[in-house]
Design a protein around this ligand. Structure first.
Ligand SMILES: Cc1ncc(COP(=O)(O)O)c(C=O)c1O
Length: 221
């Protein structure tokens, strides 16, 4: 049918897709294949200082590369993260704050690696902000951790937050719309949180919070 490549994920340099097209084009053209898929992998910015190409910039680069390489095959792509990641954020409630003098302040929340395993799996970075004070200066650095009773349950090792963060406050990590829930688990038999779509001040639950009954649903005896 054609050729497919997925050159990697979190690709911040659109020109790397040009290199992929250049590598694949001779095969597609010489074999007269009807399709070339250039995979996904367009990066998204998670933390301050990261810059990613927009989907438009990436599309322009891919189209130009295909034109230059004389591709007449149908060109398809499989972007995942770049579509969904920035559409989502995760909202946690602060459960405990523990200051260890001279070491750090731990802020434990009601989620963790069951809703976002990426930091624990491979050290992915996230920013933090308080929904009740979105524009506030984030002058304090704390360690945002989960509730799953494991030393690896760290969501944001160096989370910047405004002064005065208190138990019961909401704290959010943006850019969790991709590879968060889909990689989540029921670790320690805990239910996963709800997914809520929000637009123009209107909210609707699209996936409800898991219940104990859900967790027992596959038990047969
Ligand atoms: C074959 C293939 N296509 C597309 C994707 C989507 O990647 P991304 O979400 O980085 O765009 C992946 C992710 O691993 C993949 O393995």
């Amino acid at each position: 049918m054609g050729l497919h490549a997925h050159i990697g994920s979190q690709v911040f340099v659109a020109g790397f897709f040009t290199q992929a097209v250049e590598a694949l084009a001779p095969f597609v053209n010489e074999l007269g294949l009807p399709e070339l898929s250039i995979g996904g992998g367009i990066g998204v910015a998670y933390v301050e200082g990261e810059e990613a190409p927009s989907i438009t910039e990436w599309g322009d680069v891919v189209r130009a590369a295909c034109a230059d390489a004389g591709i007449t095959a149908r060109v398809s792509a499989e972007p995942g993260r770049s579509i969904a990641a920035q559409a989502g954020l995760t909202v946690y409630r602060v459960g405990t704050i523990k200051d260890v003098p001279g070491i750090r302040t731990f802020v434990a929340c009601d989620g963790g690696f069951i809703d976002n395993p990426r930091p624990a799996l491979y050290g992915s970075g996230y920013e933090t902000f308080l929904p009740q004070a979105v524009a506030a200066d984030r002058t304090e650095t704390v360690r945002l951790v989960g509730k799953h009773c494991e030393s690896g349950d760290v969501l944001v090792p160096e989370a910047r937050v405004p002064a005065g963060l208190a138990v019961g406050d909401l704290i959010a990590t943006p850019v969790t719309g991709a590879y968060g829930r889909t990689m989540g688990s029921n670790y320690n038999s805990l239910g996963r949180p709800a997914v809520v779509f929000v637009r123009d001040g209107q909210a609707r639950v699209v996936i409800r919070r898991e219940t104990d009954q859900d967790l027992l649903a596959t038990d047969v005896g």
